[in-house]
Design a protein. Sequence first.
Length: 200
Amino acid sequence: MVIAILLICAYLIGSIPSGLWIGKIFYKTDIREHGSGNLGGTNSFRVLGKKPGLVVTIMDILKGTAATLLPLLPFFADTTIHPLILGAVAVIGHMFPIFAGFRGGKAVATSGGVLLGYAWPLFILLIASFFIALKITKMVSLSSMIVSIVALIYSIIYAIVTGDVPLLILILLLTAFIFYRHRANIKRIKEGTEPKVKWI
């Protein structure tokens, strides 16, 4: 029963549509009707601007972190569920949010939040990798996919050294999710039509 409650909580946390709510409440704008149509941080930056985009990104990151850290709450202290399972469920909630008609984001920020809650050194590495890739490519989508590959390489080495197979499994799943959610971006990158950022 407790595990079921945890899973539901993780999904509901992940389902919080930060971009949709901030856009509608403060800017009277449904970001799903503009830009890429996604609810993630990238489209929030594109449609709403830098400040709201940053807020949405931070909120999306913290959703993954909050779900991963749920077992630390006193009520759930005796549970045996692995925190990464809860993080993965939050990511699913972010991609298919019940509060936004199951039309969500691409899972990058929330996935990062899961890693922040479980393995913060990896999170720091990925943040640095993202901005280096973004500086070189000017494409958020490509940088996100590059970061997922960096995470996969790290988790393979880490699993060999420490035996942390659950982290490796999660990274494999998240990498698959991220590439799947970026199908249209991959097509545009090949065609040379993928939008590029100008602020870095």
